[in-house]
Design a binder for this molecule. Structure first.
Ligand SMILES: *Cc1c(COP(=O)(O)O)cnc(C)c1O
Length: 431
């Protein structure tokens, strides 16, 4: 039988670089042929061959209700009939902004944009504009989109300025980006001691999903907050992935539960708030947000920002996940997947660790959960690739790279979880 995924991949490679519009989709890390999705419903999607998969990517997070949720579909269809885009304000933008602020009270105002990259880039510009400072801290293994100043890897030694991770990024553009080790309090203190008065912000994924699943430790997060406050730098939470995914109040509500009075200064959102449509946002206190154009000197704009169809999709999604019982059910389902996988790995004698929060999970082929990027990268990658392809052959689709998180949706049933764990148990025996 011809593999129609391969046929499409060959054809795509003629007209789209690497055959994909975002690199990780190309399966470079794990090898093999990417699955071209034909359609999706609930917790499943079907590829070009008509093969069905249980989907643990969910568009890399947005599809928290599963695919084709009836209330979301209805909202999108209705909005589309009223027009695709106006380039003029609409009431639904206010409704979405109000809904976001209601659940994430550290923000008093929010600006809507179209991608997480745009949101992260704009938040950084605003942090620099509002503080009048240029330097900022980010952490190795955190991803904040592909804006130039944020595409930086650690240089050698502690508290050094970073090197571009991409060709085409001038060294001058990343000159003010400090890249530190995640969860390393000493490095953070040294950086503030050296550069505290010049730092505009610390940008962090509070639960880092771009190195699989690594939580900022409570002492580390506490120190981030204290040092930012002491030096007049802004603490910027990049919750593009964790926002409305790990809890209704996002990761910051998790830390507020562990550190009394805790809140970030600014928040970057994306993924879930668009429900699968191109929509993202950044927000913070009024006095900071008023620095944005047209009320302030920090320029930021977008032709499709606050798009009427995207805001309808996001709003319908947020209203569903705010319903009573939603988070208990989703968390229990995710927990049952993690517990099942741990048990299956233990039975097969495979070193394995896993963690989850709300509808987001991560696992490592390591005996203990790693605390930083270097540790994450010690996870056994040939073994991961074998596990990935074993799961894929068994109809279970997880992220095609060991440094990516996984996502459970409200549409995943206990049967889906049991089937997944069953497939995993077979594959673990072969590792
Ligand atoms: C996905 C992601 C981004 C980038 O969002 P895009 O919509 O892909 O541009 C930024 N930050 C984090 C934490 C992300 O997970």
């Amino acid at each position: 039988m011809t593999d129609l995924n391969q046929t499409l991949f060959d054809r795509a490679a003629q007209v789209i670089p690497g055959g994909v519009n975002s690199p990780v989709r190309a399966f470079r890390a794990v090898g093999g042929t990417p699955r071209f999705v034909q359609r999706a419903q609930g917790a499943y999607f079907w590829d070009a061959n008509g093969q069905k998969y249980i989907d643990y990517i969910g568009s890399w997070g947005p599809m928290i209700l599963g695919h084709g949720h009836p209330a979301v579909l209805e909202a999108v269809q209705k909005a589309a009939l009223d027009g695709f885009s106006f380039g003029a304000p609409t009431e639904r933008e206010i409704e979405l902004a109000e809904e976001i602020l209601k659940h994430v009270p550290s923000m008093e105002m929010v600006r809507l944009v179209s991608s997480g990259t745009e949101a992260g880039m704009s938040a950084l510009r605003l942090a620099r504009g509002a503080t009048g400072r240029q330097k900022f801290i980010k952490f190795e293994g955190c991803y904040h989109g592909h804006a130039d100043a944020l595409l930086v890897k650690a240089g050698s030694g502690l508290a050094t300025f970073g090197n571009p991770t991409s060709a085409g990024v001038p060294a001058e553009v990343v000159r003010d980006t400090l890249v530190l080790e995640y969860n390393n309090i000493q490095a953070l203190e040294e950086a503030f001691a050296l550069h505290g008065k010049e730092l505009a912000c610390v940008m962090i994924e509070p639960i880092a999903g771009n190195m699989n699943f690594v939580r900022a430790s409570v002492p580390f997060m506490k120190r981030c907050r204290e040092l930012c406050t002491a030096h007049g730098a802004l603490l910027v939470f990049d919750e593009v992935m964790s926002g409305f995914r790990v809890a209704l109040g996002s990761a910051q509500s998790v830390y507020a539960g562990l550190i009394p009075g805790f809140k970030p200064d600014m928040t970057v959102l994306g993924k879930v708030i668009g429900g699968g449509m191109p929509l993202a946002a950044f927000g913070g206190p009024r006095e900071i947000m008023r620095q944005l154009a047209p009320t302030g000197p920090v320029y930021q704009a977008g032709t499709l920002s606050g798009n009427p169809v995207a805001t309808a999709c996001g709003l319908a999604t947020l209203r569903e996940i705010a319903k009573p019982g939603f988070w208990d059910a989703l968390s229990a389902r995710t927990q049952s997947l993690v517990t099942g996988l741990k048990g299956a790995a233990a039975s097969a004698g495979v070193p394995f660790s896993a963690d989850c929060q709300g509808g987001m999970f991560g696992f490592f082929l390591l005996p203990e959960l790693p605390q930083n990027y270097a540790k994450v990268m010690t996870s056994d990658s040939p073994k991961f690739n074998k596990l990935f392809h074993g799961l894929l052959d068994g109809g279970v689709y997880i992220a095609p790279a060991l440094y990516e998180a996984g996502f459970v949706s409200a549409a995943h049933t206990e049967d889906d979880i049991a089937e997944t764990v069953g497939v995993a148990a077979q594959v673990f025996k072969t590792l």
